[in-house]
Design a protein around this ligand. Structure first.
Ligand SMILES: NC(=O)c1ccc[n+]([C@@H]2O[C@H](COP(=O)([O-])OP(=O)(O)OC[C@H]3O[C@@H](n4cnc5c(N)ncnc54)[C@H](OP(=O)(O)O)[C@@H]3O)[C@@H](O)[C@H]2O)c1
Length: 274
């Protein structure tokens, strides 16, 4: 039976990451996620899982407006005149009329394409009604500020970035929040590495929970949305029910000390992180 969904504005606080969920097995895993209660699917042109997301959505029997769907524009589609057609293609691939959220997946590597070129096209995606919201991913404070100036009154809905107990990204999070931009934490389990953490494990004992679940609860209590992913149903359930955990201030403060600036996704061509 579907569990209760918590929302951050109109986006569920916890979504399902769908990187790697390809083919029939991938589709089945996304369907399992929807059955568990996930109501936000996070895909990307680069993941090649847009089709599986659309198929799972249709197979679920849920109404389109019950599920928040995010995709991301790949780097190869950032050039002049490319963003809007690529979003139309994503809509076709997923099999829906409108997205809930379209993100620029990464700022153009080494700044090869000037930021205004693709951010202006993101505003066009919004103006054309191809997506209810637009936003960015892997943007730094400086890039957020530059994008805001270009977008004018089109709000940046979220900045999707790596955040977990070992990389808490507090300066960037505070900056986004001060501007009313939500932050979505990707790799919230540091790709599974937090599951063995001794401090998180100890804190979890008081809540009848595991270190993995404490990590997710910590992020949500920091005011972030998050999109953990798993191919396994039992883990999808564990992750989802982490929404029910409330950590004390002391526990939050203790987890804050685990930050070691450990960035897992750090391509050489990426931006100058804050
Ligand atoms: N915007 C971006 O640039 C960007 C970058 C990376 C990721 N993302 C998004 O964020 C989503 C999540 O990131 P991610 O998948 O890289 O990392 P993650 O959610 O932190 O970790 C997933 C990994 O941890 C394992 N895992 C899942 N639940 C677990 C649990 N409860 N206990 C222990 N291990 C667990 C999974 O293995 P099993 O599958 O075997 O369970 C998988 O190997 C992606 O699917 C994608 O949608 C976005």
């Amino acid at each position: 039976m579907a569990r209760q969904v918590r929302y951050a504005s109109d986006m569920p606080i916890m979504g399902l990451g769908t990187y790697g969920r390809r083919g029939r097995e991938g589709q089945a895993a996304i369907e399992a996620g929807l059955e568990i209660g996930y109501r936000h699917l996070d895909t990307a042109q680069d993941y090649l899982t847009e089709e599986e997301n659309g198929a799972a959505l249709r197979a679920s029997g849920l109404q389109r407006d019950e599920v928040f769907v995010t995709t991301k524009v790949r780097t190869g589609n950032l050039g002049p005149g490319k963003v809007v057609p690529s979003v139309r293609e994503s809509l076709d691939t997923i099999g829906i009329d409108k997205l809930d959220l379209v993100l620029i997946h990464w700022p153009s590597p080494n700044g090869e394409i000037p930021l205004p070129v693709y951010v202006e096209q993101l505003a066009e995606v919004s103006a054309l009604g191809l997506s209810r919201h637009v936003g960015v991913s892997n943007f730094t404070i400086a890039l957020i500020d530059e994008a805001r100036d270009i977008l004018g009154d089109v709000p940046i809905y979220t900045n999707q970035v790596e955040v977990h107990p070992y990389l808490q990204n507090r300066k960037l999070v505070a900056h986004c929040h001060s501007l009313g931009i939500s932050v979505t934490a990707y790799q919230p389990l540091a790709h599974g590495s937090v599951a063995e953490d001794a401090v998180l494990t100890e804190i979890g004992r008081a809540h009848g929970a595991g270190a993995d679940q404490v990590s997710l609860a910590f992020l949500m209590q920091m005011g972030l949305s998050t999109i953990p992913s798993s191919a396994r149903k039992e883990r999808m359930v564990r992750n989802f029910v982490a929404q029910e955990i409330t950590l004390t201030d002391t526990e939050m403060a203790r987890i804050a000390t685990l930050d070691r600036g450990w960035r897992r996704i750090d391509p050489a061509w990426g931006p100058d992180w804050d």
